[in-house]
Design a protein. Sequence first.
Length: 238
Amino acid sequence: MNSVQRIDQLYIRAMPKSTTLPSAERGMRQRAVADARRALVLDAARAAFFELGLERASVREIARRAGYTPGAIYSYFASKEEMYGALLGESLERLNQAVAAARPGAARRGEPAEAATLRSAANAFFGFYRENPRDLDLGFYLFQGLQPRGLTPQLNEQLNARLRAALAPAQRALAQLGLGERDALAEVTALFAHTVGLLLLSHTGRIRMFHQESQGLFDRYLDALVERALGRTQGAAR
């Protein structure tokens, strides 16, 4: 028995014996089954992407892993790129939840509260990808050079917006420290680049050639960022 058949059996067992099930409840149950099947397809796509790469992971292979026929897959997703977009969207949602849940600790001596907020937001972003390296891999699956490939412009912008939303708390904290809009954007862009670079070094093991560890280096970067931001605002106040 494959996974789709198991879902169907669970659905049948959950149905009441009565044939007078209200249409609203019947529709709700059918949607629940459709959602479960869609999640099954995404699980199969995730495994295929990580094992085979995006190019070699065909819709036929994903369907085989999910227990579907290839034709049935298209009732849920128009293409494997759309599956990728759904997976990345879910990943970015979890990233945003992690950043939103972060709570700043006490400010360090001589630093304003906004510095603690910056550290908290930046560490939540960094920590999410440090603890979930597959999510970092997923975020770069469709990128070669600087051009995204396979995503529609609309979907690409939606995903980029979710990524920017995860960085927004750090950018707001930089602005609250006194940086202008352009400087805050430049600094959060550099923060993102530094985060990705450190994590790639860490996840590939290359960081060991320097006898360093990623969290310590990230902390040093954050310290320098706070000092830089405070230095600019204090200099502007003179």
